[in-house]
Write a protein that binds this ligand. Structure first.
Ligand SMILES: [Zn+2]
Length: 116
């Protein structure tokens, strides 16, 4: 069984419409789906090619937006950049992080250098 990259329907290889793109054969349920794919293949390319290799990305912090308390520093910024890069490259990645109820951690040092 194959998956039509346009409508996501499972199809048998014997009866499918076919097209070749980037050295790979794609199968379609109908000439209509094949036409949609051929008109804009990059729109659908990653939906099937990477479906079996989708990435789950977990990080304690991911900086998505400065107003969202999902990060406090460098790790979150790095994770946010990673998620954005994956989106730009259309990598099928789901990112999961924590949403902190009390927001960021603020470090304070007293005159003795002790964290308070
Ligand atoms: Zn289809």
């Amino acid at each position: 069984m194959a998956v039509d990259p346009v409508c996501r329907m499972r199809i048998s290889e014997e009866s499918a419409e076919k097209t070749l793109y980037k050295g790979r054969t794609f199968l379609f349920c109908s000439p209509d789906c094949k036409g949609k794919f051929e008109k804009d293949p990059e729109r659908f390319y990653h939906s099937v090619t990477d479906a079996s290799a989708a990435v789950a990305y977990f990080s304690m912090e991911i900086a998505l937006e400065s107003g969202m308390p999902t990060y406090s520093g460098g790790l979150g910024v790095l994770a946010g950049d990673t998620v954005r890069s994956a989106a730009d490259l259309k990598v099928p990645m789901a990112a999961v992080t924590l949403l902190y109820r009390r927001g960021y951690f603020y470090q304070r040092l007293d005159s003795n250098g002790t964290q308070t």
